[in-house]
Design a protein around this ligand. Sequence first.
Ligand code: MLT
Length: 313
Amino acid sequence: LSLSIAPALAQNYPTKSVTMIVPFAAGGPTDIIARIVNEHMSRVIGQQIIVENVAGAGGTTGIARAAAATPDGYTIMMGHMGTHGAAPALYPNLKYNPATDFAPIGLAAGTPILIVARKTLPAKDLKEFIAWAKAEGEKANHAYAGVGSVSHITGVLLNSVLGTKPTMIPYTGTGPALNDMISGQVDYMTDQIVNVVAQVRGGNIKAYAIALPERSPALPDVPTTKELGLDYQVSAWNAIFAPKGTPPAVVAKLADALDKALDDQKTKDRLLELGGVIPDKAGRTPEALQKLVESELARWTPVLKAAMAAGKK
Ligand code: MLT
């Protein structure tokens, strides 16, 4: 494209459907949030935003593919605290730089973390769970969505706070991990609230605690780690990115569509019902997302290096 015609094409954008790469299995938290916000965003831009699940390597496979796509606005992605905050600390050969290889669109939702377990696990509360995890040692099975995923980094952090060393069982996303937890094949995991709310409410899994200072209105009966005296507070986020070089007019259209989706009552209700946290106006701009990525990289890199080193001892 010559520079002179690119802006004209960006003005007409979009003239066909847009692919949104979700870097985890269908049915999990990233997929759930993508599908909820895409519905209204598609209405605003007048073209369908279609999810393509490209799972693997804790989300880094799909994000690397999306980062390398033609930056024309027809391939975008749903990244998160793992793919855009933690991955560089865990993948020395990561094919993308979260701070420099993207055109941020905006934050889609905050997702508090819960400690959840199979319903047949004998521990009836967090205190008993901690005693159980310590007594079981490597016999305890801890599910996670691959190195660098949110469930991985929040899980490693939990194990390092508790001083436990379970057997880690990798999945392509916490959607399939949750299915195995419901059928009792894995013991526990730390997961984003939107994935587990329905199964906690339905009694199909146990929730020992939510890692927040205050209870979530979506699960008011689940105690917080703070009230239980556990030094473990962590919340994740999901956000939309385009590849670096996407025309500013296209980025602006997508950011406007996301902003309108997050103002749409039906979209808001669906996110809130699942325990999602809706970013305020200032927190959902491309500039705010760029700052968030930079601060998350600075925050997670030392924490993860220390937790991984402790886990190896
Ligand atoms: C997913 O969509 O499966 C999750 O976001 C995985 C994770 O990061 O734990």
